[in-house]
Design a protein around this ligand. Structure first.
Ligand code: AMP
Ligand code: ZN
Ligand code: FE
Ligand code: FE
Length: 272
């Protein structure tokens, strides 16, 4: 099964429209596909299940907080019409705006003025995120690339990495479960946690009702795939996989490019 259950459209910080994304997934041979935009289900308003191409799974990637870490939870197979989820999405939009103001204030203290207006102007629609701040910093000539904007100003532990506006991990899991979805811990190896801290995170995630682990995120080493597969089997978690595609041109996160799930795990789609 060529499954890609993690991808972003221009409803959040991806570059392709939902329709173009679905078309690209079909061309890349994806059979089971989910668009999981950051904190929004807006992509699905403009999409319908086509008779050909991949089977669509309604999904979302919710931003949350676990102690001092920012943690992403993918919700799969959620009911788009669910009221709790809709309420959660509204709260996330508000949190994004409040966070954007806080990021701008932090950048102002670092000598960069006007970044809130700048980022909001670049964010067409109601989604504003760190990539818009990165783009603004490049346009202003503060840094020479978005990668350096993250490295110096916005990435893990930098001034613009503001997390306190996000709801707790358990809250976003509740929204997903209320909407009938499966909560999957996204890219567990991207949080740069020590092994014991990652174990604690996964323990907390399961205790809060989380049921799946993104065993494969894009191109990753066989060691990492084995490590995640082992945790999945030990804890009886469902295994998911996705490219985390944002835009064409990045081969390690191309649609349908995630490496295969390891043996002996139960795929999350057994639940759909
Ligand atoms: P946000 O949800 O607003 O916190 O933004 C998170 C998004 O920023 C991620 O999904 C990536 O698309 C992007 N991002 C995070 N870290 C980096 C980085 N180091 N370089 C480029 N983009 C990044
Ligand atoms: Zn993103
Ligand atoms: Fe993420
Ligand atoms: Fe993502």
């Amino acid at each position: 099964m060529n499954a890609d259950l993690h991808a972003h459209s221009n409803c959040s910080d991806g570059s392709l429209s939902p329709r173009a994304l679905l078309k690209r997934a079909a061309e890349r041979g994806v059979e089971l596909f989910s668009i999981t935009d950051h904190d929004t289900l807006a992509a699905y308003a403009s999409l319908e299940q086509e008779s050909s191409g991949p089977q669509l799974v309604v999904g979302i990637e919710l931003s949350s907080r676990w102690f001092n870490s920012g943690v992403h939870v993918v919700g799969l197979n959620v009911d788009r019409g669910n009221g709790h989820m809709a309420e959660g999405i509204k709260e996330q939009a508000r949190a994004r705006l409040d966070r954007a103001a806080a990021i701008a204030e932090r950048l102002r203290k670092r000598g960069v003025d006007g970044s809130l207006e700048g980022a909001l102007a670049l964010a067409d629609g109601d989604f504003v995120g760190r990539p818009h701040f990165a783009e603004f910093l490049v346009q202003r000539g503060v840094v020479d690339s978005q990668a350096n904007a993250f490295k110096k100003y916005l990435g893990d532990g930098k001034a613009g990495d503001v997390r306190q506006h996000w709801p707790e991990l358990s809250q976003v899991i509740d929204w997903i479960r209320s909407a009938g979805g499966v909560a999957v811990l996204a890219h567990p190896l991207k949080y740069r946690l020590t092994r014991s801290k990652l174990k604690r995170l996964i323990g907390g995630f399961v205790a809060a009702g989380g049921e799946g682990l993104e065993v494969v995120s894009g191109q990753q080493s066989p060691q990492h795939t084995d490590q995640m597969g082992r945790i999945c089997r030990e804890l009886g978690l469902l295994a998911s996989c996705g490219s985390d595609f944002h835009r064409p041109g990045l081969p390690w996160s191309e649609l349908g490019s995630a490496v295969a799930l390891p043996h002996g795990v139960t795929p999350v789609w057994s639940r759909f």
